[in-house]
Design a protein around this ligand. Structure first.
Ligand SMILES: C[S@@+](CC[C@H](N)C(=O)[O-])C[C@H]1O[C@@H](n2cnc3c(N)ncnc32)[C@H](O)[C@@H]1O
Length: 291
């Protein structure tokens, strides 16, 4: 049996995005098609789904999963920062709802070869789109100490950013840092090998992933462009997994005169969802409507 990524906050997302039979929906982070599968079942034969992802492995898996449900969808390899161009290319002027479920899919974390996980040994890659961009290897082995420190501090909110950057620069004088576990061990040593509930490398890995994929720049562009492709009273929902992303979403939904917030208080998973799906534990959903 195939194991697929379990969608986070599924019922809340569908309900607040007001997805109904006949809706035209863009899933900007289709991933393994968890949310999209639910959406396809609801929109039925009169609706249409456009699924976007940067990751071609995810798109392959989504295609298998969604094809068994309906034909009313198209998948696009692309970046949601280019949402306007992607929809225009598909001759879609406006959509009823848009979803962005940020972060990584289970598929990306599961296999060491993608380099996202400090738990699984693999090359330091971390690119969601394997066809372009700088790798984590190039950053870790090539950036100077102050740049590395800034990345860890600003994108990881890592309080030992300087010490970690300095340890990396010292280490690479003797040998390049090749793998995820090698990097995790260097960070672990800064924390004196103490293992708490959270792996000490968590923030450094988050920071590198954000830098490699330009995640915050893409999200800002998406938030500024999405109102232009929503129908009046169309809705946009974003599920974020760390405070840097959530802050951008919160501020955009609060200050954009084209949008009205549907939930003023952020929506988080209930305890039973967190128990069933640990990945959901840090999720925050915000939804806004075009006015
Ligand atoms: C958390 S997963 C989505 C899971 C999906 N909702 C599901 O239920 O199966 C996030 C996905 O977003 C993709 N992604 C992240 N940033 C992106 C961007 N700027 N443009 C397009 N896809 C992106 C990742 O490659 C990943 O597959």
């Amino acid at each position: 049996m195939e194991i697929y990524h379990i969608p986070v906050l599924p019922n809340e997302t569908i309900k607040l995005l007001n997805i109904k039979e006949g809706s035209v929906v863009v899933d900007c982070t289709v991933g393994e098609g968890g949310h999209s599968a639910l959406i396809l079942r609801i929109i039925g034969n009169s609706g249409f789904l456009i699924g976007i992802d940067k990751d071609t492995d995810a798109l392959k898996k989504a295609n298998e999963r969604l094809s068994s449900i309906s034909k009313n969808f198209v998948l696009v390899h692309g970046n949601f920062a280019n949402i306007k161009e992607i929809l225009a290319e598909k001759n879609i002027k406006e959509v009823d709802a848009a979803l962005a479920d940020l972060g990584l899919s289970s598929l990306q974390l599961q296999f060491g070869e993608r380099g996202f996980s400090f738990m699984n040994e693999g090359p330091l890659d971390m690119r969601m789109d394997k066809s372009k961009g700088i790798t984590a290897y190039a950053i870790v082995n090539g950036f100077d100490e102050s740049n590395l420190s800034d990345i860890f501090y600003f994108y990881g909110e890592e309080r030992r950013a300087r010490a970690i950057a300095s340890a990396i620069v010292r280490y690479r004088k003797t040998k390049k840092i090749e793998t995820t576990t090698e990097l995790a061990n260097i960070v672990g040593k800064i924390y004196g090998g103490k293992r708490g509930r959270i792996n000490p490398a968590t923030k450094v890995f988050q920071a590198l992933r954000i830098a490699v994929n330009g995640e915050l720049e893409d999200l800002k562009k998406f938030l500024s462009d999405i109102p232009d492709v929503l129908i009046t009273s169309g809705r946009v929902g974003v599920i974020s997994y760390h405070s840097l992303e959530d802050r951008l979403v919160k501020n955009a939904f609060r200050s954009d005169p084209r949008l009205k917030r549907i939930n003023k208080k952020v929506i988080r998973p209930e305890a039973d969802e967190i128990e069933r799906n640990r990945r959901s534990r840090s999720a925050k959903l915000r939804v806004a409507e075009k006015i």
